[in-house]
Ligand binder design. Structure first.
Ligand SMILES: C[S@@+](CC[C@H](N)C(=O)[O-])C[C@H]1O[C@@H](n2cnc3c(N)ncnc32)[C@H](O)[C@@H]1O
Length: 263
């Protein structure tokens, strides 16, 4: 059945990530080696594993994963992202990786294809994340298979979650919703994925730099600044925003790494 909301959000994502592809490709926010290494360690990938990276973006995680895995398939809906991913792995002479343009709702991969299905910084793009998690479960081996998600979380209270998601959707219209930790546990449960491991972390961010990822219009920049400034001292968002004393704003994003197995 075709899903008109998904078609529209997917189209917005392709527009947004085509516009920002080059910019994201080498940005420290995405390429930070320590963060990628932590994710790879968390996923426990080894030489026997076939790994599928959902929504692989510019391929930086897939390229690192491939160095320790049997094979990696990176899928993304934005053709420009796939083009850059291929360039990256060609430059780095990584041969056991294959990038495909595909939708996370329906990858076209066969059941039990992967030992590890992994997705970083993308759960918040889907208005129906159950579809994606079910697809991850479908293609993951039932024996020894692992499903790994890394994303930024929202507060667990409704008002805070609403406020943060309003800010996020304004900043990047391809965002659907950030989930709370409990929300992610619920999604896993519905999809029959049993959580086996979780790590929470915090990441400092600078407002101007955070906005640069999305090449915002002046209006978007000032509205997001307004929303974040309103939250200084109130902290509905859980970001704990503060003036940095130089006219800027700093804050802290709350990250989650969660691993589960098909139940
Ligand atoms: C914030 S980027 C994250 C990229 C990468 N995972 C990383 O951590 O560097 C989100 C990615 O999700 C992709 N995306 C959004 N909707 C998608 C969909 N329905 N199917 C596949 N990819 C999608 C976008 O094209 C974009 O590359």
């Amino acid at each position: 059945m075709s899903d008109p909301i998904h078609s529209s959000t997917a189209e917005t994502a392709v527009k947004q990530f085509t516009k920002n592809a080059e910019l994201m490709y080498n940005r420290k926010w995405f390429t930070d080696e320590q963060l990628i290494e932590r994710l790879v360690q968390f996923a426990g990938v080894d030489r026997n594993d076939v790994v599928v990276e959902f929504a692989c973006g510019g391929g930086v995680v897939s390229a690192t994963l491939a160095k320790g895995a049997r094979r990696v398939v990176g899928i993304d809906i934005t053709p420009k992202m796939i083009e850059l991913s291929r360039e990256r792995t060609a430059t780095e002479h990584v041969v056991n990786v294959d990038f495909r343009i595909a939708d996370c709702y329906e990858t076209g991969l066969e059941p039990d294809y992967a030992d590890v299905s992994l997705m970083r910084f993308a759960l918040h793009h889907f208005h129906d994340p159950l579809r994606v998690l079910k697809e991850m479960r479908r293609i993951t081996q039932k024996t020894n298979g692992r499903i790994v998600i890394e994303d930024v979380t929202s507060p667990s209270n409704e008002l805070g979650s609403f406020y943060l998601n309003t800010l996020e959707r304004f900043r990047d219209p391809s965002h659907s919703q950030m989930f709370s930790i409990d929300g992610i546990f619920s999604l896993f449960k519905i999809c029959q994925i049993k959580p086996t491991k979780i790590e929470l972390y915090q990441r400092s961010a600078d407002f101007e730099e955070w906005m640069e990822h999305v090449s915002p219009s002046e209006e978007t920049l000032s509205t997001c600044r307004f929303l974040l400034e309103e939250d200084i001292g109130r902290n509905l968002t859980g970001l704990d925003p503060k003036y940095d004393g130089r006219g800027g704003i700093t804050f802290t994003l709350n990250g989650i790494l969660i691993q589960g197995v098909p139940a």
